[in-house]
Design a binder for this molecule. Structure first.
Ligand SMILES: Nc1nc2c(c(=O)[nH]1)N[C@H]1C(S)=C(S)[C@@H](COP(=O)(O)O)O[C@H]1N2
Ligand SMILES: [Mo]
Length: 258
């Protein structure tokens, strides 16, 4: 997507807002997680149903002040270009290396799937949307938490700009270290769900997912994918769990609401 094509007129914004509301409503009928019926994913059932019934839609996760920011470890993949990395991708690893050496000037987030305007967005394109900054607590499934400040583009704005079509229910993400994961439209349209390029007032550091990572403040840390490469809007649920489960010790739930 070129810069000029994503300049939104007032009219487009209004239709956009209406279509975002339409997208959000689609999710209203959901009572069971899409992983329902998968034995490996049984832990999703109760938490998803309880959250969706009990927590007001788009209730904000707690935000903190600058003085609350803590040190923040970088864990999991910290450089997708490193061939020794556990989830090094033979195709995307070298590609990431090339982009990194060019200071990510050639980076593009690919957007496709159930959208009217598939395309790709540079960091400059994404920065043209009104950004959001939030200081939140990251909770890792391994038992640690840390508070950091994140700046990025609300995912809802990008979904409107690329024309997510009615009936869109999930947003799938693929990363440069070959992770796949998805969130539903309730979380995708949540005001604190952002595509973050900044952390603690600076560009997002490499170890924390440069140049672009997801922040999903309503779920555990592993849903906040780092090193975003592609985003696909879908009508149907795609669960990479059967193949990937083996590599995740203990098996991580698809839905990890907090
Ligand atoms: N692409 C990618 N995203 C990822 C991971 C990863 O290894 N690769 N680790 C996840 C986990 S388990 C956590 S806790 C956070 C860690 O983010 P941080 O390195 O900024 O602390 O990123 C999540 N997103
Ligand atoms: Mo984690």
């Amino acid at each position: 997507m070129t810069g000029s094509r994503i300049v939104l007129t007032r009219r487009a914004l209004l239709t956009g807002a209406a279509s975002a509301a339409g997208l959000a409503l689609t999710g209203c009928t959901e009572r069971l997680p899409p992983t329902y019926g998968n034995v490996l994913r049984m832990s999703d059932n109760l938490s998803y149903v309880a959250h969706r019934l009990l927590i007001p839609r788009h209730a904000l996760a707690k935000e903190y002040g600058r003085g609350d920011v803590t040190s923040f470890p970088a864990i999991g993949t910290t450089n997708p270009a490193d061939p020794a990395g556990e989830s090094f991708s033979k195709t995307l690893g070298p590609e990431f290396s090339r982009l990194m050496h060019g200071d990510f000037a050639d980076y593009r987030l690919q957007i496709d799937g159930h959208v009217a305007r598939p395309g790709s967005y540079s960091l400059a394109d994404l920065k043209r949307f009104a950004p959001r900054t939030q200081i939140t607590k990251h909770t890792c499934e391994e038992g640690w938490s840390a508070i950091g400040e994140w700046t990025g583009t609300p995912l809802a704005r990008v979904l409107v700009a690329c024309g997510a079509l009615p009936g869109a229910r999930f947003v799938n993400f693929h990363t440069f270290d070959d992770w796949d994961d998805s969130i539903d439209m309730v979380d995708a349209l949540h005001p604190q769900t952002i595509l973050a390029w900044g952390m603690n007032g600076r560009d997002l550091p490499l170890g924390h997912g440069a140049p672009l990572r997801l922040r999903v403040e309503t779920q555990l840390g592993y849903k906040s994918l780092k090193f975003l490469q592609r985003m696909t809007v879908t009508q149907e649920f795609f669960d990479p769990a059967p193949e990937k489960q083996a590599t995740f010790s203990g098996g991580w739930a698809w839905y990890a609401g907090i």
